[in-house]
Design a protein around this ligand. Sequence first.
Ligand SMILES: O=C(O)c1cc2cc(O)c(O)cc2[nH]1
Length: 788
Amino acid sequence: QFPRECVTPAGLLSGQCCPSPSGLDNDPCGFAEGRGECVSITADARPHGPQYPHDGRDDRERWPIRYFNRTCQCNGNFSGFNCGRCRHGWTGANCDERVSVVRRNVMQLSSDQKRAFVSALDQAKRTVHPDLVIATRRHAEILGPDGNTVQFENITIYNYFVWTHYYSVSKTFLGAGQASFGGVDFSHEGPGFVTWHRYHLLQLERDMQDMLQDPSFALPYWNFAIGGSTCDICTDDLMGARSSFDMNSLSANSIFAQWRVICESVEDYDTLGTICNSTETAPIRRNPAGNVNRPMVQRLPEPQDVADCLQVNAFDTAPYYSTSSESFRNTVEGYSAPKGNYDPAVRSLHNLAHLFLNGTGGQTHLSPNDPIFVLLHTYTDAIFDEWLRRQSPGSATYPEENAPIGHNRGYNMVPFWPPVTNAEMFVMAPENLGYSYEAQWPGQPFTTTEIITMAIVAALVVVAVVFAATTCAVRARSRTEGHQPLLSDQYQRYDDVKSQGSSPCGRVLHHSGLSVSGLYWPHGSSGRSVGGDRGAESAAHRFTVRTKKVASRAVDQLLSGSWLPVRNCAPPPVPNPARKGLLCRLTAMDGDSSALPDLKDIETKLGRKVPDSLIRSLVGGKHHEKSAPPHLSNYNKCCANSGDLKRLESKMQFLKQEMAHLRAIDVKLMQQLMSINEGIESIRWIIEDKGGAASQDGSLTGSLYSLSDSQDGTSLRGSFNSLNDANSDDLDGLSVGSYLDTLAEDLPEDPSPTDLECFTEKSVIDGDAFSKSPLKLRVESDEYYCFG
Ligand SMILES: O=C(O)c1cc2cc(O)c(O)cc2[nH]1
């Protein structure tokens, strides 16, 4: 906590700690070289939160004024208790060269790197700190019984790391015979949690760099958010496996089995007012996932917890304590649920990782004794740094006052020396502190902008698909019509195609209303709105509902190949044999020319030619397929009779009906186009409104997948259902990619028309769901599209 050279009786009495980096007298803080000067310490005097009601009783109040009130203030990038070194991130004789280290995932280190790291920790555990010593008595007793024997002692680099943590969390001693006050914590349960531990790690890293004489040494991190109940770093090449003999101990093959903890005598500290010293006692205890009394701490945090936590925007919220809700700090610390809501029963992220260790690492006054602490906290710091990177908060984001004692922005963090405030650590590490993390962050839900972009792209795809399908259908129809005038031509039903045995899809086509209806969006049928609200639909809601319907059916139909029949099932182009040949055939029917109409006469009356298809149909009706090619001259021999004329009239009547039906289909097509247009308008509405359905949940899950649909007809491979089920949306939380993966897995590689036909019949037509579905009506209606 304090430089060795400052803790003399004279130094303590003077309250000044301004050593010289060169060891020269009268050169405090390297003043002669322009490094720094000795100045009065500014201690935070702003009000702290109500948690601590014992002002004046604790040595840590207004740190470090109780011990020293003057320190070195260093110029430029000079730093350290005597301005003899550089600020973090700088190096060189003049501290004007940038330097940075990379903290990496400990699991991804090579065997040699792991060995080097473990060895470095062990060396730190055995190497006396070169500069700092620790107080072993409270300030009131710091000069010893004789008033001249300072109560400080040396401590190793690693134990100093342990001790500082202990000192920051220890209770306030209120006097012999009185219970110590535990409602105080200078490094936890407040905004300073992240800044305090950041500096704590920086100091250890720097001390180890000096010890190793390796400025590139970087502390690795443990990604503890891996879920499950396995401690992956608890192996003998890293932090120590479990002992085969004692499940609470470390394997004898681990170097850490030799370590002994400090600061265990918490009873003494609290009742006698003593302070932890450097005396090592018992081995480390650890039993990962072994707390049988608390199932909640038997599993590590999940990756999603980190993603969720990073989505919490506010750094901290009043009362800036362990009860804060919607606070990033309280969430990463682990007193809130990962999404930020405070729940006293919850332990998540950092806290959960501590408690998971279930032993030395799970008790605040002891936890750094387990070296896992280092890795656990570097990862916590990495999350903090990622949050800083995403949010780019100004210093004002950090509360200036009313945080628990020790946690205000300007408070000097206890018990570090030289004084360093929380604010100084509330900065992005790569730019300001000379280190960065090589880390990948779990996927996050989509931002509003991303959702809008995806909605637009999805809508455009749907529009393109619908247009393509429509064009295809129209082309197929026009091919059928052979570019002949509708009124005078036989319009060939797809049923006919099937009956001619030309397409196995014929039956499917007959039931095509199922999917054709899916392309229509009657206002009255959009049914349930999000969350079951049956109130008036907003434009955004209509858009999302429709986007979902169309997208789901488009995906279903495209993936199942049921749109392919637009190509496959379109009636094959009617061969266009020479008209002359056809007429000849008419006259060659067993010589029964009286059975045939006088087509030429009819043509004259109508003022136009009799369509080929009609002629063909007349020929077919007579079943004279094998007739020899007739000659046109024979045609003139044909005589009309009234029976034929009646047949012709009824044919024409039928054609008129068909025409009317076709017009109805054209109207429906127009309706589709209008609906698409409406969808586009809705998108525009969302973009202009900036709120809308897309931001209701702030995620794709919320805006696209939680859509509802009143139409719950069964669909091919069930994908229709999963997209449309209003009440149990199985897709919540799934990505589009994984949903499509699922679809793709479900589908046969090459769905044949026969598959489709069978499926349509069994699952759709006969199924109970179908009989209840409003789609049934459409299935029964005549449609000419091939949407299966
Ligand atoms: O109970 C907790 O939430 C808990 C335990 C524990 C131990 C530790 O060393 C910490 O730094 C935090 C902490 N929280």
